[in-house]
Design a protein around this ligand. Sequence first.
Ligand code: NAP
Length: 331
Amino acid sequence: MSKSALITGITGQDGSYLAEHLVSLGYEVHGLIRGQNNPRAAIVRRIVPELHLIEGDLHDQSSLISALEATHPDEVYNLGAISFVALSFKQAINTGEITGLGVTRMLDAIRVVNPKIRFYQASSSEMFGKVRETPQTELTPFHPRSPYGVAKVYGHYITVNYRESYGMFAVSGILFNHESPRRGLEFVSRKITDGVARIKLGLETELRLGNIDSLRDWGFAGDYVRAMHLMLQQEEPDDFVVATGETHSVRELLELAFGQVGLRWQDHVVVDERFLRPADVAMLVGDAGKARSVLGWQPTVSFPELVARMVESDLRAVAADLTANSAATPR
Ligand code: NAP
């Protein structure tokens, strides 16, 4: 009999990649969608036509219980969150509610409806923040530097707590940055590749950014969703770091992205203090040795290839917009 999964955060970057992956494995896939007439529903439906959408919100416990009762999932992937670090500083309480307490609401809904459902929590390398050691592993202590990171630490520990208290199969995947052409435009990688496309096609001349010295461990989202699924197929529940093991600066990303279209980033990038954060994370790099040995997982897309794919995709998207707009303009 085929398995069934419920994914929160279905309209986000990882939601669509994970849904595609699970559909390819024969799963019946349900996605939790929030709000009235969410405009992103149509986009994710186009990407994954086999997907079933069900209404619900991580702020609303009874909607989660109803979604579980209606969909009977074997596995729940909790990807829903306020996930943009900069926004978490502006909406710290809302971030605690959704990114933090939302995890407890879902875990408790599972405990009540069917504690045999396997649960994946989307934890983050931002929990390491001001890092205590390099590279970071499952045993590295946390020191988050943003309301987002703090809320994710809560989500991580409540997942471990429900596993230990109620014997639930609940796991936390500590994923380092992962990007793709589907990354939201607010995130620095996509802001850069979209900016490069706009500058190359003559729509803009400059790109304003915050700290370009940050170092991150960047992988491809399509690779990372395979690790989420593998974590729920193990005999025993456990937590895993998922990372490439390489770190690159925002500068290197700029070099590659502008270089791909024959431009120099120094001619277009303006460092704008408005984008600096009250507290920042200087450098992250993960050790995914446990995921490699236990899950048999490894990344397949290199950093240069990832940036190249994102720039190509944004060049196509911006050019298509230009063509559509010029066709719509009356002569
Ligand atoms: P994303 O693109 O920002 O997507 C976030 C999702 O959360 C959206 O689908 C959004 O839906 C949903 N959401 C927001 N508020 C909600 C609420 N109240 N109830 C239910 N859903 C809500 O994030 P992502 O990059 O796919 O990441 C997926 C998860 O992994 C997130 O939890 C993120 O924090 C975590 N993570 C990501 C990375 C990374 O590098 N991408 C690394 C580590 C961990 P709407 O359409 O309704 O806004």
